[in-house]
Design a protein around this ligand. Structure first.
Ligand SMILES: NC(=O)c1ccc[n+]([C@@H]2O[C@H](COP(=O)([O-])OP(=O)(O)OC[C@H]3O[C@@H](n4cnc5c(N)ncnc54)[C@H](O)[C@@H]3O)[C@@H](O)[C@H]2O)c1
Length: 372
């Protein structure tokens, strides 16, 4: 199969889908790889490294024209619509339920699209979301570390156990992928960490993985209020249901918090679990509400582009390899987890959530493979 690795067009997106090591794996297995000129530069990977791994460096038009499969990171932007064609495959984060215009463009083009975020593993978990969430949790804590500094607008707390000084308190709500990432770093810096979740299973897993300076608490109103009163950094890592209209932390709750403390909203749902949160950018990451610093950057992993590209590629490559080695139809037939990510196929919408949201006819991926 011929694989095309594209340079991302989204502003401030520095990740790339394939590392040079991944290209080597693909070429070693007899596949051809075209890499767009400077596609990896934002992640610190040079054209020469890709060439040494066996790739051909080419301009954007050539990569799209030559390739059977487009290997990307972000959704498809308007300037990329013209490259989407029947008999081509695009494998990337798609988020079709958030982008109606793009979804229509994919359907009109007849391209086969497979969304990273909807691929599931044998346990029903999302293996291509996990690495980015973990990184976002860790990056969220590091952002807190930065913005707590007096020179960066904070109240000058060093999130570390300093002898003779009260140990800072970090509260994390949500003990999933991002919550565990945040807790791992916050705890390793010696902070007093509280992690709250409504799932006892998630709390048990957290307790088994994390050191003894982390207290695992059931997420209820009393525990949350107690934590808000003493916390210096609150990190929201909840997977919040987008249809919910209520909040876990209301504007009034901010008055319980110490002045100048921080809310890091990794989940980044506008007015979601945290009423006062709205998403921000790396260019303008923080704002203040009720004397509390808010940080809610919606693409935290991009700040750690090389690590993010590498960990994402480690997770996506086995699926890409399966498609490349077996061919699309056999791979979809034999791997139900990969099939779950099928979003569009020859003009049919195969992702139920998006079909329901936009009232578009849904054809199940199982019905698609029944015709192979
Ligand atoms: N800002 C970014 O750059 C970025 C990057 C990656 C992921 N995210 C977002 O982070 C969020 C979390 O992702 P994840 O992979 O960690 O999710 P996850 O499913 O692994 O974990 C979410 C956890 O929240 C818990 N939870 C649900 N309701 C709760 C409540 N009321 N109180 C306490 N806990 C509750 C769940 O039980 C679960 O353990 C998602 O919305 C994801 O889109 C943001």
């Amino acid at each position: 199969m011929i694989i095309g690795v594209l340079k991302e067009v989204k502003q401030n997106e520095f990740r790339v889908a394939a590392t040079p090591n991944a290209v080597k794996e693909l070429t070693h297995r007899g596949h051809e790889v075209y890499v767009e000129n400077n596609a990896g530069i934002g992640s610190g990977f040079s054209n020469e490294q890709y060439e040494q791994a066996g790739a051909v460096i080419a301009d954007c038009d050539t990569v799209y024209e030559k390739s059977d499969l487009f290997y990307k990171v972000k959704e498809i932007f308007p300037q990329e619509y013209k490259y989407m064609k029947k008999d081509k495959i695009v494998f990337t984060y798609i988020h079709s339920n958030a982008h109606l215009e793009m979804t229509n463009a994919l359907l009109e083009s007849g391209v086969t699209s497979i969304a990273y975020e909807d691929v599931i593993d044998k346990n029903g978990k999302f293996p291509l979301l996990k690495p980015m969430s973990e990184l976002a949790g860790k990056g969220g804590f590091l952002a807190g570390l930065h913005f707590s500094q007096a020179v960066n607008g904070g109240k000058g707390i060093l999130f570390n156990n300093v002898c003779g000084v009260q140990t800072p308190v970090v509260t994390i709500i949500g003990a999933g992928n991002s919550g565990l990432g945040a807790a791992e770093l916050a705890a390793s810096f010696g902070n007093q960490v509280y992690i709250l979740d409504v799932s006892l299973e998630a709390l048990e897993e957290a307790k088994a993985k994390l050191p003894s300076n982390v207290t695992c608490l059931f997420s209820n109103r009393v525990n949350l209020e107690n934590c808000l009163k003493k916390t210096d950094m609150l990190i929201n890592c909840i997977l919040w249901n987008k249809t919910r209209k209520d909040h876990l932390v209301n504007r009034d709750d901010l008055k319980l918090m110490k002045k100048g403390s921080m809310i890091i909203d990794v989940a980044c749902d506008d007015h979601g679990a945290i009423e006062t949160c709205h998403s921000t950018t790396h260019n303008n990451p923080i704002y203040y509400e009720e004397d509390i610093i808010h940080y809610a950057v919606d693409n935290i992993p991009s700040a750690f582009a090389q690590t993010a590209s590498t960990t994402l590629c480690n997770a996506t490559l086995p699926y890409l390899m399966e498609i490349a080695n077996k061919g699309l139809k056999k791979a979809l037939k034999e791997n139900p987890g990969l099939r779950r990510g099928l979003t569009t196929y020859e003009g049919k919408l195969t992702l139920e959530e998006t079909a329901k949201k936009y009232n578009i006819k849904f054809v199940s991926p199982d019905a698609i493979i029944a015709n192979f």
